[in-house]
Write a protein that binds this ligand. Structure first.
Ligand code: SAH
Ligand code: SF4
Length: 359
């Protein structure tokens, strides 16, 4: 509340963080007919209204009440950068002026939003730029959902479809599991954003202690940042490995509920001279035996001061060949958005941006 007793945005109700059932309960509490909840839900998640004024089929008194009680539906973009390859990155301002980063990656038959779950990260993986930032805070479910509604509304104006969501932006989503679970429930709702469980992926560095709960509650695809199958190397690259080692990670991956022909995606950043030898590829194949798997080989995206360099194209191709020849689907994920700091592991604000644009 402000000094004048007017609710500040922070204390207002955030519709984007409510499930459909909760919104229905709220409308009942407000003394409205239950169909109001459906109308409102549809304005927020299907028609992607950015203000109450747009909701023209709601009665005037109801709109006045909403305008008084709810928080803004859309975060404010403070920066927008477009890569030569079509990838776009936004810095979006939260109510407390915290800034969250969101990326859109257009592809031929789909469009993927990469959302952040935290601002900064507590896990200091030395090849990841986000890891150089301290954890500022967890994002709320509403803030996670609003990254999706923001990008979908922006793209809808241009006739571009948003079909997939990956929780692979800033932060470790399993360290914010409660908000992530709620956000996923809202994003999946078939009467709203309707992004199905096969089009949603969570990426973890391997927080084994939260994986069983996440698997039970999320029912979406799992990606794990592996980067080495040797504990001594992974201890360096993904320090959480010292707490949850490879054997524990393997057990947790095996227990993840996969649907039908589903597979665990293993992310593997190839770092020159560190984890990219043919022997590393052969060990990876052995380690994956028995787990339905798909391997995503990521080229290292450099950033100023990064203590690693990317593997050569030949090395990447040789690595891929070894893993693919063992019958494992192995994709080289081309880096997208690297020229605007939007690629994997580069999210750290626009600190080194020389072409910052405000929208
Ligand atoms: N914290 C989660 C999700 C966000 S990181 C996780 O670690 O899985 C998203 C992906 O980007 C991870 O696979 C991570 O290993 C990868 N990544 C981080 N820094 C990178 C870099 N500089 N180049 C390429 N990929 C990177
Ligand atoms: Fe955090 Fe993932 Fe980056 Fe590691 S790779 S520092 S877990 S965001």
């Amino acid at each position: 509340m402000s000094a004048h007793g007017i609710p500040t945005p922070m204390s207002r109700l955030r519709l984007t963080g409510l499930t459909r059932a909760e919104l229905t309960d709220l409308m009942i509490q407000w003394g409205e007919k239950p169909y109001r909840a459906q109308q409102l839900w549809s304005w927020v998640f299907v028609k992607l209204a950015d203000s109450v004024e747009a909701m023209t089929d709601l009665s005037k008194p109801f709109r006045v009440r909403l305008a008084e009680e709810i928080a803004p539906l859309r975060p404010r973009a403070i920066s927008h950068r477009v890569s030569a390859d079509g990838t776009e990155k936004w810095l979006l301002a939260c109510d407390d002026e915290t800034v969250m980063e969101t990326v859109f990656i257009p592809e031929t038959n789909r469009g993927t939003v990469c959302v952040s779950s935290q601002v900064g990260c507590s896990l200091a993986c030395p090849f990841c730029r986000t890891g150089t930032l301290p954890l500022k805070r967890n994002l709320t479910a509403a803030e996670i959902v609003e990254q999706v509604t923001f990008v979908r509304a922006t793209m809808a104006e241009r006739g571009v479809r948003v079909t997939n969501v990956v929780l692979m932006g800033m932060g470790e989503p399993l360290y914010n599991l409660e908000a992530v679970t709620r956000a996923v429930q809202i994003i999946k709702d078939g009467n709203g954003l309707a992004i199905g469980c096969r089009k949603l992926t969570i990426s973890t560095s391997g927080v084994v202690s939260r994986m069983a709960e996440a698997g039970r509650n999320l029912d979406i695809n799992l990606a794990i940042s592996l980067h080495s199958v040797r504990d001594a190397v992974r201890d360096q690259l993904v320090p959480i490995n010292k707490k949850f080692n490879l054997a524990a990670l393997r057990q947790a991956a095996l227990a993840w509920p996969l649907r039908g022909r589903g597979r665990v995606t293993w992310e593997y950043v190839l770092l020159d001279g560190i984890n990219d030898a043919p022997e590393d590829a052969r060990e990876l194949v052995l380690w994956l035996r028995g787990i339905p798997s798909k391997v995503n080989l990521l080229g290292f995206n450099p950033w100023p001061g990064a203590p690693y360099s990317p593997s050569s194209r030949d090395t990447i191709l040789r690595f891929q060949e070894i893993v693919a020849n063992a019958g494992i689907v192995t994709i080289i994920r081309d880096s997208r958005g690297a020229d605007v700091g939007a690629a994997c592991g580069q999210l750290a604000g626009d600190a080194d941006s020389d072409d910052r644009k405000y929208s």
